[in-house]
Write a protein that binds this ligand. Structure first.
Ligand code: ARG
Ligand code: GLU
Length: 687
């Protein structure tokens, strides 16, 4: 009886999981459109993706190389996240014009600021080219030949299709572990100007305290405009360029959303691993995440201590601290989620059923082979990750290594040195050295410690003494000494203790770890390709979406709250009142502009919506993605997930997985009330 209930429960769960899980290829959205319709969507597949007519896909771009953006006017106006525009806003900022702190609002097109290096990429078309890419290969030639044939054919096809003159680039991407190859053709615009950004106290409200969390109140948006040559082609920045006229742009919905409403996210998710073997999930959830979390907890504690003692250090380390803390928090949700969902056990059960099915056929022994490779790879992969999270994350040794590389190439290093020392505080680095290298000795097995490390400990006696020697003696402690290094100083750098530690660990990686790791990765690549293929044959009824790889996808679901803990329910919409509840001039992350306090005090905007939650399956790269309603109108901008659901990169759980979006009405509110940039509304379309 109990067994039956468990079985029913797990069937119900897996059925439910299909509900909102998935990052679907837009050119195949016809396969999902009935399900989308059943959930409330009123669009046709052609509305979403078409190569014959303008469709919603023409209003979505890859922003830079890791975010998404959306077109919102016939004059090339674009929305993305504040954290996606951050480095560009920062580059325009100085002490006199601190746009990060105060915000930036162009009051006319003439005031928009160019951003050399920033591009936006429109997807022209995508197409299955598996036959072309594997032309000349047959299974009797083996996996290695398959790879090299695919590589050569991809290069040929990309070259054939690309048209640099007209800004057309092409890339062939492997889907389903290279069981399929797709061609993606992009038009890349490279004159993209900054139009507006709220002050960080709005655009980054809540900072790392609220990051990955709900209730959330971050006004995480920035506004750009795409420019083109007068004939509409991509062009380098020029004052004679004109606003780009998109084939399609989103209309903005002022009606907002409520619990249960259909929504979909159209954007570029970066990376997921939904179909991996249980051993990989076990490694991530039980070994890798906990180890990396522990190492970062050490670093964050040290940073926090010094940041709270000095305003100067707080500014120096705010960006570094944010990036260390971002993955740290995400991994916690991921490993907890894997544990809560018993994903390892569930995958093992799946593999057991798979093996039964595979017995006697071409896939017999495949899951065992995967398990064997993963087990052999594990200590080497952990050593690799440990190296990244310890020696490679120390600032002085990393600087020494970068400087060494530059000197070897005959490049000047003074700018590198200036940049580095602007944001460097030695006590943080030295203390991190002690903490991380101690952890190395405690957590890496004896035979995965370089001889160099053991020698140093023997000769210094303690990690503290070793650190003290490096951080008092290294020439890299002295900004002027570093800035004045030239090609003739290579030998001097080679003898430096900060360089030595980086170099010795790197050499050990190269000789003892990487060769084994590379061989294992190669075996895995072949075995995983087969396993993906086999899973699709094992479950012919299931619609498999390919893992994310920064190509355009559609995820759909509905606006929904969730229960983060026993007896707690989180409602899905946050408001300005919540910002006022958090507001505190003494807490940096919660110190809002006085103007916002005044607006609130004047009354009437207590219920102004700020952010909302939905069940759309998203990941990193989806930042800045348009969140659309049943009619394809813009209701929000995706910018985060809740930390309790971040295992969705490996396993999606409808109970906990929620994406967090900025309510587009808050963006309008800030443009008008804080930016006084209402001129932008004239070119937008509202419904
Ligand atoms: N967690 C969000 C995303 O990966 C936002 C990151 C930026 N914001 C921050 N407070 N660090 O990646
Ligand atoms: N903030 C993430 C990004 O930069 C989105 C959060 C996530 O879903 O991982 O893409």
């Amino acid at each position: 009886m109990k067994k039956t209930i468990l079985l029913l429960l797990s069937l119900a769960l897996s059925f439910q999981a299909l509900a909102d899980e998935g990052m679907w290829l837009p050119n195949l959205i016809a396969r999902r459109i009935d399900d989308m319709g059943a959930k409330g969507c009123r669009l046709s597949a052609e509305d979403i993706y078409s190569i014959n007519q303008a469709s919603l896909k023409d209003a979505v771009v890859l922003f830079g190389s890791g975010c998404t953006g959306e077109l919102v006017s016939p004059k090339g106006l674009l929305f993305t996240n504040h954290h996606c525009g951050y480095s560009f806003i920062q580059r325009h900022s100085s002490v006199e014009h601190d746009y990060l702190k105060d915000g930036f609002w162009a009051m006319s097109p003439a005031e928009e600021l160019p951003n050399p290096g920033l591009t936006v990429s429109f997807l022209e078309r995508m197409q299955d080219v598996t036959g072309v890419i594997l032309y000349g290969w047959n299974p009797s030639m083996g996996e290695e030949a398959r790879d090299s044939v695919a590589k050569a054919n991809s290069a040929r096809l990309q070259k054939e299709v690309a048209d640099p003159e007209n800004g057309i680039s092409a890339s062939v991407e492997a889907l389903y572990y290279a069981n399929q190859y797709y061609l993606f053709v992009y038009r890349v615009y490279r004159d993209v100007r900054l139009v507006g950004a709220p002050p960080s106290s709005i655009g980054k409200f809540g900072g790392d305290t609220d990051n990955w969390m709900w209730p959330r109140h971050t006004g995480d948006f920035s506004i750009f405009r795409i420019y083109a040559s007068p004939d509409g082609k991509p062009a380098d920045y020029s004052p004679s360029n004109v606003p780009y006229r998109p084939k399609k742009y989103f209309s903005i919905c002022r009606d907002g959303v409520k619990e249960g409403d259909f929504t979909f996210v159209y954007g570029c998710p970066g990376s997921t691993r939904e179909y991996v073997h249980s051993e990989e999930v076990r490694y991530i959830g039980e070994v890798s995440d906990p180890q990396k979390i522990a190492l970062r907890t050490l670093r964050l504690g040290i940073q926090k201590k010094y940041m709270s003692q000095s305003q100067e250090v707080r500014i120096q380390y705010s960006a570094k601290n944010a990036s260390v803390s971002n993955a740290w928090k995400k991994w916690q949700g991921e490993s907890k989620g894997i544990k809560r969902l018993r994903t390892v056990q569930a995958k093992r059960e799946y593999e057991r059923r798979f093996n039964e099915w595979a017995a006697g056929g071409p896939y017999e022994g495949l899951t065992e082979r995967l398990e064997d490779i993963y087990k052999r790879r594990e200590p080497y992969y952990l050593a690799y990750e440990y190296f990244n999270e310890t020696v490679r994350s120390l600032e002085l040794p990393s600087l020494a290594s970068h400087v060494y590389g530059a000197l070897k190439l005959g490049r000047p290093v003074d700018a590198m040195a200036r940049n580095f020392f602007k944001d460097y505080y030695r006590p943080i680095d030295q203390e991190s050295f002690v903490a991380l290298l101690k952890a190395f000795g405690q957590n890496m097995p004896e035979d995965f410690q370089p001889a160099y490390y053991k020698d140093k400990l023997r000769s210094y006696g303690t990690v503290e003494a070793w650190a003290e020697d490096i951080y008092s003696r290294s020439l890299f402690c002295n900004a002027d000494a570093v800035a004045s290094l030239g090609a003739e100083d290579v030998a001097l750098v080679e003898a430096d203790p900060a360089f030595e530690v980086y170099n010795a660990f790197q050499k050990w990686m190269n000789s003892d770890i990487m060769p084994v790791l590379r061989a294992a990765e190669k075996e895995l690549k072949a075995a995983n390709r087969l396993y993906m293929k086999a899973q699709m044959e094992f479950e012919p009824e299931r619609d498999f979406y390919p893992d994310a790889n920064l190509t355009l996808r559609v995820a759909y679901g509905k606006v929904a709250g969730y229960k983060p803990a026993d007896a707690v329910y989180y409602a899905p919409v946050s408001t300005l009142t919540g910002i006022m509840e958090k507001d505190n001039p003494d807490i940096f992350d919660y110190n809002i502009p006085q103007s916002l306090r005044d607006i609130y005090a004047a009354g009437g905007c207590e219920d102004q919506p700020v952010c909302f939650l939905a069940t759309n399956h998203t990941t990193g790269g989806n930042s800045g993605s348009p969140v659309l309603n049943a009619d394809g109108l813009l209701v929000g901008i995706n910018f985060d997930r809740v930390w309790e659901g971040t295992m969705s990169d490996l396993v999606y759980d409808p109970v906990y997985c929620r994406n967090i979006s900025l309510d587009v009405r808050y963006l309008l509110f800030i443009i008008e009330q804080i930016g006084h940039a209402g001129w932008l509304f004239d070119e937008m379309s509202f419904s």
